[in-house]
Design a protein. Sequence first.
Length: 190
Amino acid sequence: MKLLFDLFPVILFFVAFKFQGIYAATAVAIAATIVQVGYVLARGRKVSNMQWTSLVIIVLFGGATLLLRDETFIKWKPSVLYWLAGSVFLGGLAVGKNLVKAVMSEGIELPAHAWTKLCVAWGVFFLFKGTLNLWVAYTFDTDTWVNFKLFGGMGLMFAFVIAQAFWMSKYLPDDDAKPSPAATPDPPKP
């Protein structure tokens, strides 16, 4: 459910684009993000830093798109957000704070070097995703970019999370491991 909530503005952007074009879709994305943050606040919950950042970036880049009637700004919005996220992950490591570990470590034990590799992977992934977004935006038409923004972005994230889970599994204890026969004491003899 949280994934759907997080994708709410992107899905509405996609639908509005298909029916009304880039400018209507941009206005819908701005409104949807405002509603999303308002909903979190109305429920008395804390709005995450990423949600606040996304709101500011969509209002700035989406607003510039609408005011200047130039779709270039909205195409840059995901890249700026991804690059910021990637920089935060990598920058956190530079100052000794592993943000991936801070978020994921509850219930998961990994060696320190594994947490570091995971954080670097997230940082590099977001930097790559931001660059890929611009490549698609400038190489293909707007319709292809909008399709990529929803389906390509979601597909890349899904593939990355699955790959990450497989990689992490080598560090997790094997729940099905049974004690070896040599380690099992012989039952007492009557």
